[in-house]
Design a protein around this ligand. Structure first.
Ligand code: GLP
Length: 224
């Protein structure tokens, strides 16, 4: 695992955007795994700014979001589909047919048909979750419907001002994520510090989902 600590959120966003854009330059047909949440917003902002200058960035790229809430319409203001349109897809030249969201068991086949995940970015839950793989998730897990923990529902409640926070989501599994050829984990702020220290300790346990990343050969962790 390759660790990098940077000064602040702007620096983290800059580094992450550079890695993403370098990946596309290396392989214009890159298959990306993409996260939502507060952490990657700055990365997306910088990617959008760069791609407004070089307007072919995403023409042949395919993306697979890590997760999506279940039980709300795709265009709900709190959905990850809406999030991705607002922060990335509406501002770049991606073919909408190549921007995928988990909607059931077909997802694994779609990822495989696209050639498998090449570069996947992850945020980190304060409880160590990656995507919506909560503590206790088997490392062999694949894309499926999951119940959200109260911890995670509370952490994401601000996206649902009416108080109706979804109870379930569809998420890539840990095994799905680990098949990505390269993984970049982003973590920022005091709420993530304990989780980062636990990850750094090297203890590998299903009680702490992010620790599965120790079983992968090409993981870059960026902390601010
Ligand atoms: C959410 C998402 C995760 C995300 C995490 C951290 O529950 N499902 O994919 O990485 O929480 O979110 P944030 O970046 O807002 O702290």
């Amino acid at each position: 695992m390759n660790w990098e600590t940077v000064a602040d959120y702007a620096a983290l966003s800059q580094r992450a955007a550079e890695i993403l854009l370098a990946g596309i330059r290396r392989d214009p047909r890159l298959v990306l795994g993409l996260p939502t949440g507060r952490t990657p917003v700055g990365m997306y902002e910088r990617v959008v700014a760069a791609c407004a200058r070089e307007y072919h960035c995403f023409r042949d790229v395919a993306t697979f979001n890590l997760d999506e809430y279940a039980g709300i319409p795709r265009d709900h203001p709190g959905s990850y589909y809406t999030f991705m349109r607002e922060h990335l897809f509406d501002h770049i030249d991606i073919d909408p047919a190549n921007a995928h969201f988990p909607d059931g068991t077909a997802y694994e086949g779609q990822i495989a048909a696209a050639g498998g995940l090449g570069l996947t970015f992850l945020g980190l839950g304060g409880n160590g979750h990656i995507a919506f793989n909560e503590p206790g998730t088997p490392f062999t897990s694949r894309t499926r419907m999951v119940a959200l923990s109260e911890y995670t529902r509370a952490a994401n409640a601000s996206l649902f001002p009416d108080g109706r926070v979804p109870t379930h989501a569809i998420t890539m599994g840990i095994a799905t994520i680990l098949e990505s050829r390269e993984i970049v984990l982003l973590a920022v702020g005091p709420n993530k510090r304990a989780a980062i220290e636990r990850l750094r300790s090297g203890e590998v346990t299903e009680e702490f989902p992010a620790s599965a990343l120790w079983g992968h050969r090409n993981v870059h962790v960026i902390v601010a």
